[in-house]
Design a protein around this ligand. Sequence first.
Ligand code: UDP
Length: 365
Amino acid sequence: MYDFLIIGAGLFGATFARLATDAGKKCLVIDKREHIAGNCFSRDIKGVDVHVYGPHIFHCNDDRIWSFVNRFATFNNFRNSPIAIHQGKAYSLPFNMYTFNQMWGVTKPEEALEKIESQRLVLDREPANLEEQALSLVGYDIYNTLIKDYTKKQWKKNPKELPASIIKRLPVRLTWDNNYFNDKYQGIPEKGYTAMFEEMLKGIEIRLNVDFFKNKEELTTMAERVVFTGKIDEYFDYQYGELEYRTLEFQSEIYDVENVQGNAVVNYSDADVPWTRIIEHKHFQPGNKAKKSYVTKEIPAEWKKDSTPYYPIGDEKNTDLFRKYKHLAESHDDVIFGGRLAEYKYYDMHQIIGSAMSIFNKKGI
Ligand code: UDP
């Protein structure tokens, strides 16, 4: 008999399993995939640590979360400084003095501010959607060049239908600073995410290639409580209908050269380029001397019921539907729901760890 049956060996499941095990509980972690680490999974290909399900850059401000992950991995000093290509011209991200210089030729913060002020959307209320949020932050030039078509491509929705919160992820600065994140702690595990998860799950029983829904009766009788980190609508057999996600298609290639694009992340903001970004994985490992390079194009794709879910969609329809499932989940005291899929939240990695810590503190003991 286990104290917890944890469904999903991704970040929520692994964090919860570690906390519970450290508190003397017995856990069984299952995953339908053949590997641990969920979408953080990475593996070595020709000397390069490949982020198999898209780029993962760890960042946080919270000392507790940072010391937690540092128990399991040593982090490198990678700083994310993506560039965005629009009509053959490169712009720096996030929006900072380099971007404003590339866009308008300005070299002083007050000149950049003047440009933004002259064209930003002024509202006497909070921005109600992504478009309003972007226009009120940076104005029309940057919105039309770097945000509008990228966002349509990524979400296949009009930016007016998307929540303002999506764009709040991107800093806007009047300094010459290309660091994508503001956080005080940033980096990537030196030995890759999979090795970090192996450490997190050390001494915990894991069963891979196990589909919870095909073995539900038997599995649930094996534990006092269940921690479910999969899709919440699937858990409840889609009884109110299906939640939508954005899924991705990855097209990868190994190049026989050391350096293909000179940066880990290059975004493509043109509507007629099918990919949102191209990832050159070796640049996530400063100092990597591999002779070849592994490069992945990330192409947003239509959601189908069996696709791999990546991004929950925060529009009104899905938010309302999720609320119904959440209400239902609240009446199931013996099941703990957590993570990007079960909480239907566009979480970053540190937020998932934070959520697992707080749910464990409330419900785990
Ligand atoms: N975004 C954009 N242009 C860019 C990069 C991002 O308009 O070049 C917007 C877009 O709406 C996207 C959001 O910012 O969905 C968040 O992007 P980010 O790259 O931070 O998210 P990720 O896909 O890495 O989770």
